[in-house]
Design a protein. Structure first.
Lengths: 544, 350
């Protein structure tokens, strides 16, 4: 039995791969693209109207955030100067929530030391996803730490070295003879507001104690001083006295520089009304559970102490300071899943960059497929009619019924294998993939006709053996396949990261995979099949 | 038909040469190729209503009463109600007028030139040309006329939809202009990448056959086929966009197949005279092209009937291109090869 299978390895190969493809399709499922199944439509309103270049930039950032790997079926495009439309084929509620929060967040990341911004998220060259220190590690049975190493660009690296130079104070000597230091702290902020903060004395005092106690899961080290936090946030904070009245004059002076105010829930409605009267746009921010209000209100994410290595304590002159371009931010969560999610979301935000203009609102709607609900049926109809048309021509030409069957079978198996590929890589089946499949099948049928003719046609002048004829056919179809790869190759190599060209990329990938499947899998089997048919025919006609 | 290519085969080459002239005219002079919605941007009309809207009905109302380029219709629903999303490309008239007003604005300091542009814009909008005191007033008049035109069109669109679909007084319409999704830079990049692809094909062909004239003959056939496809786009008004660019790429792949087959048979085949080999190749080649054309006709019919514009466009481009391929392969590439082989053999016989 194995001998037969091995001798006819071409058929065995096709059978195996087709079976694998069917299994893959069953297991992973085929993702239908938006053209076929519709999805969700978001209209993102920006806080103000911006220029064409800026809204194009914002669209790019948003599309990177929604779909960092380029696999989802998402289109993002600007509408006018203030709206961005996002269409994606996702309809699952939890996934959509993630997408929405990614779009909504401005993603402004800042590191502050001593009341100065040392670097921002936009000065990150890249996130070191491939590095060993990127990932989640178990700290204990109830805590997991995520770690995100990143690289700063040259300018930020220099600035960082300069700002952190000698920012440690010697405190004594360690038992091993080294020097112990106490170093200044850098605070990382995410979406630090540019607002006036207003809180009550009670909340302020409570926050102070929470900060001193520290919170592992909020990345607040023990002994954090509230004054330090406020200083580094570079925000004005008004603490209402026990009478809970607000110093209106002071508030008015603040209004000259900031038009928005963030207040804690403990602030009374009358104070809020007073602020509104002055002209502030007031938002009430809730504190996270067991977390200081002021921590959430300032957007603080982590406090990291510098170390003597980084601050170049051992170097006397700033010009000789060692520059560190790779830094790390980390956090702790109680479960692995939470830690991983935090890591991923922050990585995406840092990689995509911050939105130059924040988002004002997002409206969400379900959108129907643009190609019509019955499109799949239409495609099936087209496929059947095309198959009939092609068979018709073949039968007319060769006058042999059984030559049409191998061609149809080969076409079908190629379609199945390509769909298996789509399922395996979770690429959506959309119009681009569909066009790629057509391209692959068309070239396939052409090649099969060539093979048939080479083998069949030359039987009249039997100068060449079957093998020689097959070789001639192989040369032709190999060259054809290489032209397909030649044309689509550059597209696959270069258009992946160009905005808006991902549909072209999807088309080219499917076309190339189709060509490769043709050369290595389906056409050898077809050749063998035709050889068999011709052999039988020649035997019948008394030749050999 | 043992030998289609008898002694006067050289005269066949005249046919593609002659046909190329009107094709070039269609593509480069008139009507030319329209840029698609990706490049020019377009319009979106968002309808909100308390009654559900049926996509097929909306589509047919729009198609019967207006000729909107690159029309895409979807229905939207949310907990708060129903609606529809209508997307269409820029009206070529509007695009033209916007270009004229842009030119008028650039040349605002040279009175005569600017006023001329503004007047051209007005004329395009169906208004009378006029004499203006200065270029600024002329530009204003042109811009106002354009705004009025757009307004009027919007209103007509809304009224027609409302009336034909019976949406009632509570329907809300929002009209927005979409910026191009693909900046000119991205489009230029995609053109450049395609060019690299074409160069790769040329390399593959030369490596496969190693002789100059035969390889060049294949390349010229490919170019002719692309020209035919582009001419089809120009005649049918199919815009060049990211959806139709794949069709041109597919065309290159398909068209080169027949020429490679022909050249391989002619150069490497051992049976019969070159003319006979060419004729038998033609039988194979016509079968190859024939099957693809038959499949395309099926696709054209279904997509036309069910109004699936994108498939229709891709099929049409391929159809034109492959008809061109039949001409360029058998009436040009084959004669060139025969000529070349004959020359080689006569040299050898010296």
């Amino acid at each position: 039995m194995t001998n037969v299978l091995l001798k006819n390895w071409q058929f065995t190969l096709v059978a195996i791969i087709v079976l694998i493809s069917i299994a893959t399709i069953g297991f992973y499922g085929i993702k239908l693209g938006m053209d076929f199944k519709g999805g969700t439509l978001y209209q993102v309103e920006l806080q103000k109207t911006v220029s064409t270049e800026e809204i194009a930039r914002i669209s790019t950032i948003i599309s990177q955030r929604i779909d960092p790997s380029g696999l989802k079926d998402a289109t993002v495009y600007p509408v006018g100067g203030q709206f961005i439309v996002v269409q994606l084929s996702e309809t699952d509620i939890t996934e959509l929530e993630k997408v929405e929060s990614r779009i909504r967040q401005q993603g402004k990341f800042e590191a502050v030391l001593d009341g100065n911004i040392v670097f921002t998220g936009d000065e990150l060259k890249k996130v070191l996803r491939g590095d060993n220190s990127y990932g989640v590690m178990k700290q204990s049975s109830t805590s997991y730490e995520w770690s995100l190493p990143f690289v700063l660009n040259e300018k930020a690296t220099k600035n960082f070295a300069r700002s952190t130079f000698h920012k440690c104070n010697q405190t004594g000597f360690s038992p091993t003879g080294g020097i112990t230091y106490e170093c200044e702290k850098t605070i990382f902020f995410l979406d630090r507001p540019t607002s006036l903060l207003v809180t009550t004395k009670d909340t302020y005092d409570y926050d102070e104690s929470l900060l001193t106690a520290g919170n592992k899961f909020e990345n607040i080290p023990e002994g954090t001083l509230i004054e330090e936090l406020i200083a580094d946030s570079m925000l004005n904070v008004m603490v209402l006295d026990s009478n809970a009245t607000i110093d209106l004059a002071k508030a008015r002076t603040y209004f000259e520089t900031t038009k928005t105010a963030v207040v804690s829930p403990s602030v009374s409605q009358s104070v809020i009304n007073d602020l509104n009267a002055i002209g502030f746009a007031v938002t009430v921010t809730q504190a996270k559970k067991d977390s200081p209000w002021i921590w959430t209100a300032t957007g603080a994410k982590q406090i990291i102490s510098l170390t003597e290595g980084i601050t170049n304590e051992d170097v006397s002159d700033i010009s000789q300071a060692k520059e560190f371009s790779t830094l790390r931010i980390s956090g702790q969560r109680q479960t692995f899943a939470e830690a991983k999610s935090d890591l991923e979301e922050l990585a995406i935000l840092l990689e995509s960059g911050s939105l130059p203009t924040p988002v004002k609102s997002i409206s969400k709607e379900t959108i129907s497929p643009s190609l019509g609900e019955s499109f799949l049926f239409n495609v099936l109809l087209m496929g059947i009619l095309a198959a009939i048309a092609v068979s018709g021509i073949i039968i007319i030409r060769y006058k042999m019924l059984n030559l049409a069957i191998p061609i149809i079978l080969t076409g079908l198996s190629e379609i199945l294998i390509l769909m298996g590929f789509l399922a395996l890589t979770q690429r959506p089946l959309d119009l681009a993939a569909f066009a790629g499949i057509i391209a692959a099948i068309g070239t396939g049928v052409d090649s099969e006709i060539v093979i048939t003719d080479e083998i069949l046609g030359k039987s009249k002048e039997a100068h060449e053996s079957l093998i020689q004829r097959a070789k001639a056919a192989l040369f032709i179809i190999a060259t054809s396949a290489f032209t397909v790869i030649g044309v689509m190759g550059p597209i696959v190599l270069f258009s992946r990261n160009l905005p808006g060209l991902d549909k072209l990329y999807g088309f080219a990938v499917v076309a190339i995979v189709g060509a490769l499947i043709g050369i290595f899998v389906t056409r050898p089997a077809f050749t063998k099949l035709v050889e068999g048919i011709v052999h039988k025919k020649e035997e019948k006609e008394g030749r050999n | 038909m043992q030998d289609f290519y008898k002694s006067n085969y050289k005269k066949m080459m005249l046919i593609p040469l002659i046909i190329a002239i009107p094709l070039l005219f269609f593509v480069f002079i008139f009507p030319g190729i329209q840029p698609g919605v990706d490049l020019t941007g377009g319009n979106v009309v968002i309808i909100r209503s308390d009654k559900p809207i049926i996509e097929a009905d909306l589509l047919s109302v729009l198609k019967e009463n207006f000729s909107l380029p690159e029309l895409k219709v979807s229905t939207i629903s949310s907990p708060t109600g129903f609606g529809a999303w209508i997307q269409y490309g820029k009206d070529p008239l509007v695009a033209n007028v916007e270009e004229l007003t842009a030119k008028a604005s650039e040349s605002i300091d040279s009175e005569k030139e600017s006023i001329a542009f503004s007047n051209q814009a007005l004329k395009a909008l169906g208004k009378e040309e006029a004499t203006f005191a200065n270029s600024k007033i002329a530009l204003l008049a042109a811009e106002q006329a354009l705004a009025e035109y757009k307004e009027a069109f919007s209103k007509k669109l809304q009224e027609t939809i409302s009336q034909k679909l019976g949406l009632g007084a509570n329907a809300e319409f929002q009209k927005r202009e979409i910026s191009p999704t693909l900046g000119k830079a991205s489009f230029d990049s995609s053109m450049f990448i395609t060019l690299i692809g074409v160069i790769m094909i040329i390399v593959v062909v030369f490596v496969a056959f190693r002789k100059f004239v035969p390889s060049a003959a294949i390349i010229q056939a490919m170019l002719f086929d692309v020209l035919a496809g582009l001419a089809g786009m120009a005649i049918l008004g199919i815009p060049l966009s990211l959806t139709t660019l794949p069709a041109l790429l597919m065309l290159i792949g398909y068209s080169v197949d027949t020429d490679i087959m022909l050249t391989s048979r002619m150069l490497k085949g051992k049976d019969g005279t070159p003319g006979q080999r060419a004729t038998s190749s033609m039988k194979t080649g016509l079968t190859m092209t024939g099957t693809t054309l038959a499949a395309l006709i099926a696709m054209l019919a279904v997509s036309y009937f069910y109004q699936i514009e994108v498939i229709y466009q891709i099929s049409a481009i391929l159809f034109f291109g492959l008809v061109g391929d039949t001409i360029s392969t058998w009436l040009m590439n084959a004669p060139i090869l025969l000529w070349w082989i004959e020359k080689k053999e006569s040299k050898r016989n010296f």
